[in-house]
Design a protein. Sequence first.
Length: 307
Amino acid sequence: MRILVLGAGGVGGYFGGRLVEKGADVTFLVRSQRKKQLEEDGLVISSVNGDFKFRPVLITIEDSGTAGTYDLVLFSTKAYHLQAAIQDVKPFVGEQTVILPLLNGVAHYPVLQREFGEDKVIGGLCFIETTLNREGHIVQTSKADTVRYGEFENKQTDRIQKIEQVLSGALPSFIRSEFIEQDIWHKYLYIATIAGVTTLMRSALGPIRESKGGRDFIQHLFQEIEGIMLEHGAPLDHDIVAKHMETMDKSSDEMKSSMLRDMEKGLDTEAAHLHGYLLKLAGDYSIEAPFLQAVNQNLLVYEGAKS
């Protein structure tokens, strides 16, 4: 199975690299500047789960005439690059290509289905905390490195069985889900809340959690977002907030959301894709969401000041 990974950053570079480590046939679609960097230094993963360095197989959009099409595309771009990434990937997508998105949230699914065809897109998400250092190396400081994927409505297909055979056995956990829709919404609830509080407070999780009223603030934001999702019909577990609070309590004091890390570097954020979309849903259902509004307003101010 020929696998194309969109990008070679903290998500695509890590999971694609681990698949290479396993022996899978992986190619990375990158920009010219990143290609030059990787050709000079290789793709370097510095991880608490084990380091790995290799010379990746690389292509750019200019190679569309010779590279052919791929069986599986790992869509690991940031949401604000989604439209450009779709155009970059299209030349490499054939009749049997499967698109596996690893983006946060849900707003990208209708876009991908419209552009590639509903039948080509399966569900996916990942759990990982990585960043690129100044040398372009992937740095992972926490052990979590999981991808969950599956057919919508848990359809039993030949292609998902083939994908499972190829992805299984890698160092990260590639888990085939029987209810990927629920997994996606559960992840969305968690990341929107944790990214929300860490960016609002400009802090790692520990000081927020330990401050007076901090844990209550986190729980209120979880509950507020949960209410919006439930009104929209999201298939959430009845006790998902309690489970997420338990996960949050077990997280390290130094844990930072990727959105906060992006802010610290002065980069764009996925605020519109995550929190902005939730606020749109809240408006559609006439739901008051003051905690979420505060989170989103902070991100709007940041984006405005940056531009």
